[in-house]
Ligand binder design. Sequence first.
Ligand SMILES: CC(=O)N[C@H]1[C@@H](OP(=O)(O)OP(=O)(O)OC[C@H]2O[C@@H](n3ccc(=O)[nH]c3=O)[C@H](O)[C@@H]2O)O[C@H](CO)[C@@H](O)[C@@H]1O
Ligand SMILES: C=C(OP(=O)(O)O)C(=O)O
Length: 426
Amino acid sequence: MKKMVIRGGQQLSGEITIGGAKNSTVALIPAAILADTPVRLDSVPDILDVHNLMIILESMNVHSTFKDGVMEIDPTNIIESALPSKAIKSLRASYYFMGALLGRFKRATVSFPGGDNIGPRPIDQHIKGFKALGATVNEQNDSVYITTDTHELHGAHIFLDVVSVGATINVILAAVKAHGQTTIENAAREPEIIDLVSFLNSMGAKIRGAGTDVIRIEGVDSLGSNATHTIIPDRIEAGTYLSLAASIGDGIQINNIIPEHLESFNSKLIELGVDLQVGEDSIYVPKTTNLHAIEIKTNPFPGFATDLQQPITPALMKASGSSLVIDSIYPKRIKHISQLQKMGADIRVENDIIIVNHTDELHGATVEAGEIRAGAALMIAGLMAHGTTTIRKAENILRGYDRIVYKLQQLGADIEIVSDEAEVVK
Ligand SMILES: CC(=O)N[C@H]1[C@@H](OP(=O)(O)OP(=O)(O)OC[C@H]2O[C@@H](n3ccc(=O)[nH]c3=O)[C@H](O)[C@@H]2O)O[C@H](CO)[C@@H](O)[C@@H]1O
Ligand SMILES: C=C(OP(=O)(O)O)C(=O)O
């Protein structure tokens, strides 16, 4: 187990560069096994989820290398094998191997995934999609067994009952090599889905409509890569640093941003009183003063992302008045609250509405990152607080924040990751 140790209280300034999107990357890596050629990805974030996906690939005889943001994956000698359950359980997106293996071998056995504990996370819509494509799905002993009688999948018309990123991606992965046309209605519109579809289309897939709520997939026989795919910037990482800049920044420039991916988030920061200076692919945040309480409700893209409701909390604590946050996607995503209270924050939850009051001063404490974005909120709070904050279960932060210690040190933060055996990890 690892701890993040922060000696807070300093104003932070300087420049940082956002990495490739976690939620694209964790779909692109499983998608690579659909190719009949090696695949090359650029701008891959250095996060634990990526390293765990590499372990899963290796178990299928798919060799991969990862250096300086470039990942090469060679699926040409892939074999069907039992997937390592510890790695599968370490992240949510391991469920993309269901769709990808189904696309490749027309059958798949995958344990139930792990990932953030943010309330119930059913996968009924994924399963509904696989069944519509002609698969039989059985859930037993913590695993999902997906088979096809005829060793074939056929295109289908699928209406998703809820807007789901995971189900949209999983159906795309399974349908890309099915016979005939698949239509997904009420599809999720997240930028990471467009990124995945660009990658698949560059390999010969025929997918239209990504970024809208109707996606049409014409099945193809094979996929092959002849170019490097550069992953889009992580809008959630960017939003986290924007919140950090608004909370404790003394002038922070954030590079490699697609501002259109952050419109709902940025409009809330502006409403809060942050003077965002938005460039073509960067945003500068000057030191903030006079922030005012706002109300936030999370929604599927292009709405305010659930993954940013916790990271924006420290900025809300600086505002005068009471801010309200409603997470309509994960109403129980509140693991940050009790931990922020330990640091002196005036925050509480009533009937699934989070109430964030102005907090004059935070103090360091030992707290726990119950999940990735709760951890991000605690990390920013730790940087604001006087004294030392120790965040236990820091793996949850390292799952999805690219080279976090290095980036925060670049801004002047006093931060380190320490393993429980007291070894310092740079
Ligand atoms: C790896 C990845 O990309 N993770 C993101 C993805 O998670 P994930 O893909 O797991 O989230 P979904 O978009 O599927 O979930 C959205 C909502 O639909 C519900 N649902 C989902 C599937 C299903 O079969 N049945 C069902 O009821 C969920 O409980 C949730 O309330 O989108 C979430 C919502 O933006 C983000 O918080 C996660 O960071
Ligand atoms: C919930 C998240 O991730 P995952 O779906 O990978 O658990 C997240 O990134 O905020």
